[in-house]
Design a protein around this ligand. Structure first.
Ligand code: HEM
Length: 415
């Protein structure tokens, strides 16, 4: 209970944000052999699935759940957003976030997405690249650059996305620690429900004041953009803006921190690809897409059947919950050659790591830009870093969310 109090306390006591890290991931090291096996059996399964830790008990009061492993089958579901509804997220996330675009179906989704989308176009994001993202990453690098060694998860990947969001929202610097704490507590709501709800309420209260200020004095920040946004005479209500801002925390922070960590992990384990990217930064785009294919930070997304349907010959009952295993789809042996290998030079680059269809990730251009700036800054400031031979070898773990827990490196005088 003490944690709940501290989340709502306006003078949040100093804390080590890293302590709240990774409570949602699970500790499976390599789920992919089992995912391949299941996909080979059938790209679509009905009933509970045993991922190696035992299957859940079936719930006789609900239609049997469905799990989709194949690439084409996942795309088919995401394309048909009338048969497969996103309303399932209302049960999963609605309580903590409020009503967000993630859980809306058409036409409500289209209208609401149109209001927030302009702020996330890659051209519009350019204004934040140098003054904001590069500044955040450089400040973080300043704190360890002289030591010759660092854990890049603890020092960089875990920290920069939340600071980038705080700056994009135009929050005062002195509020960053409490904002980061609420962000982490909301994101880990599945592990500690009361604490997550308390953080959500505290963040809501906090945004009431910020919004009032932006309405009277708009600035060059995302909240001011959202306050001004208008499509066909429609505007976002305050409540809609609070919900959207809450969604940005798990959607934009957890994912980017994990993807950038997995990219560094992949490069640190393949010197040829590390050197290629170090020497030619234009390769970043394909390296980033490849990591989101190879180790998508979110491996599963959800839908619910709005009517009876059939997928790859498997019957789906109206009301059935559907788990789309985008991690498995991204390594579908029918689509990719050598799917388990990280290869930024592969020909087949299409993937569903950012989803697909009307709900495709709204923040993907921001994720790409921030990760590019972070990696370039590391390359420029540290030189060609390598894994620390004296530290424990890092590994990627997790099930629904995956990434490395540490990335100990040496560089310069430390190398
Ligand atoms: C590598 C980083 C990221 C990955 C892999 C990722 C992945 C995804 C995926 C798979 C979805 C689709 C969910 C579904 O259809 O059920 C999604 C949606 C979304 N993402 Fe991302 N995301 C990333 C970064 C970001 C960032 C940086 C932001 C914003 C700051 C963001 C904001 C959103 C939003 C608002 C949605 C909901 C879109 C809608 O429902 O129309 N994401 N993301």
């Amino acid at each position: 209970m003490t944690e709940v109090k501290s989340a709502t306390d306006p003078a949040v006591v100093p804390f080590d944000p890293f302590e709240l890290k990774d409570v949602v991931g699970g500790n499976i090291r390599d789920p992919y052999p089992r995912l391949h096996e299941l996909c080979r059996e059938s790209p679509v399964h009905t009933g509970p699935i045993d991922m190696g830790e035992g299957a859940d008990e079936p719930d006789p009061s609900r239609p049997p759940p469905v799990t989709v492993f194949g690439f084409e089958e996942v795309v088919q579901v995401l394309r048909d957003n009338e048969t497969y509804s996103s309303g399932v997220y209302t049960d999963v996330m609605g309580m903590v976030m409020g009503r967000t675009i993630l859980e809306m179906d058409e036409p409500e989704h289209r209208m609401n997405r149109a209001l927030v989308a302009p702020s996330f176009r890659s051209k519009v994001l350019e204004r934040w690249e140098e003054d904001l993202v590069a500044l955040v990453v450089n400040e973080l690098v300043d704190s360890f650059v002289d030591s010759g060694r660092a854990d890049l998860v603890r020092e960089i990947t875990f920290n920069f996305p939340v600071q980038v969001i705080a700056r994009i929202l135009g929050l005062p610097r002195s509020d960053y620690p409490k904002f980061q704490r609420w962000a982490l507590e909301i994101t880990s709501v599945a592990a500690n429900f009361e604490r997550g709800m308390a953080a959500s309420a505290a963040l809501g209260d906090y945004f009431v004041d910020v919004m009032a200020e932006r309405r009277s004095t708009p600035g060059d920040d995302l909240i001011s953009d959202l306050v001004r946004a208008e499509v066909d005479g429609e505007r976002l209500s305050d409540e809609e803006i609070y919900s959207f801002l809450r969604l940005l925390l798990p959607a934009g922070v957890e994912t980017t921190y994990r993807a950038s960590g997995s990219l560094l992990f992949a490069l640190l384990h393949d010197r040829t690809q590390f050197d290629a990217l170090f020497g030619d930064r234009a390769l970043f785009a394909q390296a980033f897409e490849e990591v989101v294919r190879w180790e998508p930070p979110v491996t599963v997304i959800l839908r619910r059947a709005a009517r009876d349907a059939e997928l790859a010959g498997v019957k789906i009952e109206q009301g059935a919950d559907i788990a789309l295993m985008i991690g498995a789809a991204n390594r579908d042996e029918r689509k990719y050659k050598d799917p388990d290998r990280f290869d930024m030079f592969r020909d087949q680059r299409q993937h569903v790591g950012f989803g697909f269809g009307v709900h495709v990730c709204l923040g993907m251009h921001l994720a790409r830009m921030e990760s590019r700036v972070a990696l370039n800054t590391l390359f420029d400031r540290l030189g060609p870093f390598t894994l620390d031979p004296q530290a424990e070898a890092p590994h990627i773990e997790g099930m629904a969310f995956r990434s490395p827990l540490s990335l100990p490196v040496v560089f310069g005088a430390g190398g």
